[in-house]
Design a protein around this ligand. Sequence first.
Ligand SMILES: [Zn+2]
Ligand SMILES: [Zn+2]
Length: 221
Amino acid sequence: MPTTGRTGLVHMQIETIVVGEFQVNCFIILGGGNEAIIIDPGKDPDVIASFIKQNGLSVAAYLLTHGHVDHVSGIADLHDEFPAPVALHGDDLKWAFTETNGALPFYPAPRAPSEVSRVLADGQELADAGLTYRVVSTPGHTPGSVCFLFVDHDILITGDTLFAGSVGRTDLPGGNSRVLSESLKKLAGLPDRLEVLPGHGPSSDMATEKRTNYFMQSFQV
Ligand SMILES: [Zn+2]
Ligand SMILES: [Zn+2]
């Protein structure tokens, strides 16, 4: 379970639990206290719940980078046990908890949490667990894909929009490569110093992605 931390206004600690057959990075973010932000609990809610309990944590919020089933399958069970606000962009909330999201092997259509109380939109500034962060709308992989920018700690959670050396596929329903390209251009305007934490695979940093990621190189200024 790799850990990264940065010193900012409030200490930020990030734990990663890799969940499910598609090896989604579920991030558990702590802001120095016992409150945790859970990002993309895509499967294995029992494993995530054990981590929460063993570490004496409470859940401040659940953030979903997008609606794909492998990123949201664990949310309802966790929300039942640890109620907290659930956040998802409106363009993915439309279909995330419907039958159309049950196409992957090993993943039936996900059960909806009892409430999705935060409908995300571009530019929203939010605060949980003592940490502030901004919603950066990055459609393309799905219409409602977002990144979460923890600006005080130089952390960018990118979901399936940007991976180390690659980007999310656009051939699934709702995907659009032209729209994704615009979103990547937007991300390329963010500072080089950002650590990039994707929804699958290893972390990276923005400088490396701008320099070496084929899909980002054309946006070099
Ligand atoms: Zn996805
Ligand atoms: Zn994914």
